[in-house]
Design a protein around this ligand. Structure first.
Ligand code: IPD
Ligand code: CA
Ligand code: CA
Length: 266
């Protein structure tokens, strides 16, 4: 499909589209969808499970020696420098409520560093992908982060903590700081992998969220950096993959946000 990209990228992209077709079959008959609770405010549906089955079977068939970490089934026992991170349905809460903002996310890391990723929105048929050193695409077009450098005109995406109380205090402080700085506007769209893809394509000027998981971030983070953006921990360190506390934007806006946060709360 993408000639100048690796077979791994092409397989991940085809697999994400296949999984997306399955997700849309469930979406067309939501009233029959079986939903199970995994914990407080944490749900899994048969659409998540079926999507994950399609993805893991396809990736294992093509790359039997790569490690896999998938949201619903966890990690396999394989030891490899290569590891797939799979979110079979990012935005499950949106999905089960019939809100059309959800995606499949597949990222490949080498020694824990993302080297390629795909995020596929099956409702809008938008496929975001990127590979290290090769740039980022949305469907067949190159994408770039927005060039907005002023917080005052920036539209930021965010994720509001709703599962654990741990981060609610510090999260509200970041929200207050950015609101007080007269940030242009703030959106909570509900699918973190897509939020990152939207930063990469300039739809959002920036995005921050706490406590994300590697499968939320692996694909989206490389799509952001290959689209010319900058991604870090909320304290401006590299450790976002481990902490799950993420800030993404173009470099200049990223710095303005970090300055605001450092002056006002960190
Ligand atoms: C969630 C979504 C949501 C974010 C949560 C994630 P899930 O993923 O990305 O936007 O705020 O932190 O866990 O559970 O729908 O795959
Ligand atoms: Ca997710
Ligand atoms: Ca998920």
């Amino acid at each position: 499909m993408y000639n100048s990209y690796s077979p791994q990228l092409n397989i991940a992209a085809n697999t994400a589209v296949l999984a997306g077709k399955s997700i849309m079959r469930f979406y067309s008959r939501l009233e029959n969808l079986k939903v199970m609770s995994k914990g407080f405010n944490d749900y899994v549906s048969e659409a998540d499970q079926e999507s994950e089955k399609i993805i893991t079977e396809s990736l294992i068939k093509s790359y039997p020696k790569y490690k896999i970490t998938a949201e619903e089934s966890g990690s396999n026992d394989i030891v490899s420098e290569y590891e797939w991170y799979i979110d079979p349905l990012d935005g499950t809460t949106n999905f089960i409520h019939g809100i059309p903002q959800f995606a499949v996310s597949i990222g490949l890391c080498k020694n824990k560093v993302p080297i390629l990723g795909v995020v596929y929105d099956p409702f809008k048929n938008e496929l975001f992908c990127a590979e290290k050193g090769k740039g980022a695409l949305m469907n067949d077009k190159k994408i770039r982060v927005a060039n907005c450098s002023s917080l005052k005109s920036a539209v930021l995406g965010t994720g509001i903590p709703y599962r654990k109380k741990d981060h609610s205090g510090v999260y509200i402080e970041t929200l207050r700081t950015l609101m007080d700085a007269r940030c242009g506007s703030i959106r909570r769209l509900g699918a973190a992998a897509l939020d990152l893809a939207y930063v990469a394509s300039g739809r959002l000027d920036g995005f921050w969220e706490f406590n994300l998981k590697p499968w939320d971030i692996a694909a989206g983070s490389i799509i952001v950096s290959e689209a010319g953006g900058h991604i870090s921990d909320i304290k401006n360190t590299d450790g976002y993959f481990d902490s799950g506390n993420v800030l993404a934007a173009n470099l200049s806006l990223h710095q303005s946000i970090i300055n605001e946060l450092q002056e006002n709360l960190l």
